[in-house]
Write a protein that binds this ligand. Structure first.
Ligand code: MSP
Length: 636
């Protein structure tokens, strides 16, 4: 009997060593959005995530903590599981590469590939980067260092097992060219093709001598070797189906492997060729998304700017966070995270556009209709052009949103843009029809208008559900729909329901204070409209200053204490700590207002002020010089 093919989506399995941050959350929420959408469409879905637990890094970290690698992994894995819960991730299974069933499958596959002559033992001198757990060839290295992380590599000569990847080079090029949606976005596909066409593909070293790496899966035909962590990890997508997925459905091949751009080669090249060697159909799509920076800078532990999802959820709520990540940037490109941008989105999109629409409707419906709504479309017929126009344009927009191509290509910010267009159509419809003016004399018409708004909100909440499950549920309930499941409801304008009653609820998203800087910047701009004389200007002494040292002021996120050479040494306290790390300021030539009265900021005296402008994104940008100028030079 042929089984129907279910929808199978995966995230990368995360290294247990890391504490999950915004990057991990991003990939996982994206997969969750698609999984939820497909479930909404009535598809059978298997959504897999998990953890990557073997390898030297885990072994080392465990030793440092005085634990066995398994104990270490057992405790670290909880960080992921609890975060996925807090983020409302609807994964159907969680795989760990230390699962006995997974290890068994990896060994079976190694044996099968060995039997088929796809694996060979060879002597090998490789450049190995320990932090990345990767061997590189001489050609790959940049200035003799790891091309991925820039750290030192070691030359290691030993016998190892190789997967004969090179023989699949042409077949892979051919496959990618014939299947334009295999690797997305297109720029990433072109990158992979460029790489594959530029030089001969090597074979892949897939073993590590056991005395060097104990913490891995032993080879079935040579117990002196353990499996290279990537070979083990990639197979999770296959092994999970053997013991974690419902058996009543055909899941292979996966519909989407969702990954970040940094792990594209391992998926597009290693994984694809492994599957070719196993004669398994390739996944339908590998989608590589971009990376998040934080206020313009790379996220890193040393800069102390790693965005902790827990903190954001606690401060702004899970749905605002989920919404922001997918509204702010187009999925695939890099994005920049800032709390200010998040607050702006909450106030404008969530509190104003969406929240106000719901509350306005609920208030009117309660006041004018005692919470009742027409639930049969036939009773909502209207000849009024405003009603007809609204319903038609709303249906058109919903049809555009409910387009699987858009979702399957992860054009998620476009989906949200269109959904917000639908919300603004509804807001405009209320503004144009002015139900409050009609209610006395045309109550029947108001009933129809309010039905139209109710129905628009019903459909809005259905499409919001994949992005903001909690909010969508709240709206659903307020609309009087708690007796109906979202998953089984039609995503169509046409409805026929039993009696329902709407219920007023609290504001979905109370407005938040935008940081005061913005207002201050506006005031400064306004003041600068007044004219000053040249004498006034001459009073200002601007000098070129060279930053000699910089450090954060304890207890302040913003303030940095700088020692600047302006012909003499000056201590300046500047509020630029959210945009700049102290270390990147050192050595910069900046512009200093040198005759400003000293003032104390958090108890530290500032003997002058540096000049900075507010950028389009609301962030400060320091004025620097575009040529070498001596410290202390005057500015006219
Ligand atoms: N264990 C491997 C994956 C094996 S899959 C068979 C791994 N794990 S990871 O924990 O390092 O990274 C997982 C994912 O997090 C990657 O998709 C990566 O792109 C993503 N991110 C890590 N930092 C990120 C950002 N700053 N921004 C967006 N995503 C980033 O690699």
């Amino acid at each position: 009997m042929t089984q129907n093919k279910g929808f199978y989506i995966t995230t990368p399995i995360y290294y247990v060593n890391d504490i999950p941050h915004i990057g991990h959350a991003y990939t996982t929420i994206a997969a969750d959005i698609l999984a939820r959408y497909m479930k909404l469409k009535g598809k059978k879905v298997f959504f897999l995530t998990g953890t990557d637990e073997h390898g030297q890094k885990v072994e080392k970290a465990a030793i440092q903590r005085g634990k066995t690698p398994k104990e270490h992994a057992d405790s670290m894995v909880e960080n992921f599981k609890s975060l996925w819960k807090a983020l409302n991730i609807s994964n159907d299974a969680f795989i760990r590469t230390t699962d006995e069933e997974h290890k068994k499958v990896v060994r079976e596959i190694l044996q099968a590939l060995h039997d088929k002559g796809e694996i060979e033992k060879r002597k090998y001198c490789g450049m190995y980067c320990t932090p990345c757990e990767r061997f590189w060839t001489e050609k790959d290295l940049i200035d003799g260092k790891c091309p991925d992380c820039g750290r030192e590599v070691e030359c290691i000569e030993e016998e190892n097992y190789f997967f004969l990847m090179s023989k699949y080079q042409n077949a892979l090029i051919d496959y990618i060219e014939k299947n334009p949606d295999y690797i997305l976005p297109e720029t990433r596909k072109n990158e992979v093709l460029g790489f594959l066409k530029s030089k001969p593909l090597g074979d892949l070293c897939i073993s590590r001598p056991r005395q060097r790496l104990e913490w891995g899966i032993p080879f079935p035909f040579d117990e002196d070797y353990t499996t290279y962590v990537w070979f083990d990890a990639l197979l999770n997508y296959y092994s999970a189906l053997k013991y974690l997925a419902p058996e009543d459905t055909k899941w292979w091949p996966p519909d989407h492997h969702l990954i970040g751009k940094d792990i594209l080669t391992t998926h597009a090249v290693y994984w694809s060729t492994m599957l070719m060697a196993l004669e398994l159909p390739l996944p339908r799509n590998i989608f590589a998304h971009g990376w998040w920076t934080v206020e313009g800078r790379k996220m890193s532990k040393s800069l102390g700017n790693v965005v902790n999802p827990w903190e954001i959820i606690e401060k702004y709520g899970v749905d605002a966070f989920r919404y922001f990540l997918f509204r702010e940037v187009s999925f695939g490109l890099d994005g920049d995270f800032s709390e200010e941008a998040l607050v702006r989105r909450i106030n404008n999109d969530l509190a104003n556009d969406l929240g106000n629409l719901l509350n306005r409707f609920l208030a009117m419906n309660e006041k004018y209709m005692s919470g009742e709504v027409i639930t049969r479309l036939s009773e909502a017929k209207s000849e009024n052009p405003l009603d007809i126009e609204f319903v038609n344009s709303f249906i058109n927009t919903i049809n555009e949103i409910d387009n699987e191509i858009l979702w399957n290509q992860f054009k998620l910010n476009l989906v949200l843009e269109k959904l917000w267009h639908a919300i603004s159509l509804t807001n405009n419809y209320i503004a144009k029809t002015e139900p409050w003016k009609l209610v006395k004399e045309h109550k029947d018409r108001v009933k129809i208008i309010l039905f139209n708004v109710w129905n628009a909100l019903r459909l809005t909440s259905l499409f919001l559900m994949p992005f903001m499950p909690e909010t969508a549920q709240k709206i659903w309930k307020a609309l009087g729909l708690s007796g109906y499941e979202m998953e089984n409801s039609t995503i169509k304008w046409e409805v026929t329901l039993g009696e329902i009653k709407t219920q007023k609820i609290d504001q979905l998203f109370p407005r938040l204070e935008i940081k005061k800087e913005e207002d201050k910047a506006k005031m400064e701009e306004a003041k600068s409209d007044e004219l000053i004389s040249i004498e006034d200007f001459m009073k200002i002494k601007l000098k070129v200053g060279k930053v000699l040292s910089a450090e954060r002021i304890k207890g302040s996120k913003k303030l940095i204490r700088l020692i600047v050479d302006i012909g003499e040494e000056r201590q300046i306290v500047a509020g630029i700590g959210e945009q700049y790390a102290p270390e990147e300021l050192i050595g910069k030539s900046i512009v200093v207002l040198s005759n400003l009265k000293p003032a104390k900021l958090m108890g530290v005296e500032s003997q002058g002020m540096l000049l900075a402008a507010t950028g389009r994104d609301g962030k400060l940008s320091i004025l620097t010089l575009d040529r070498e100028v001596n410290a202390g030079a005057g500015i006219k």
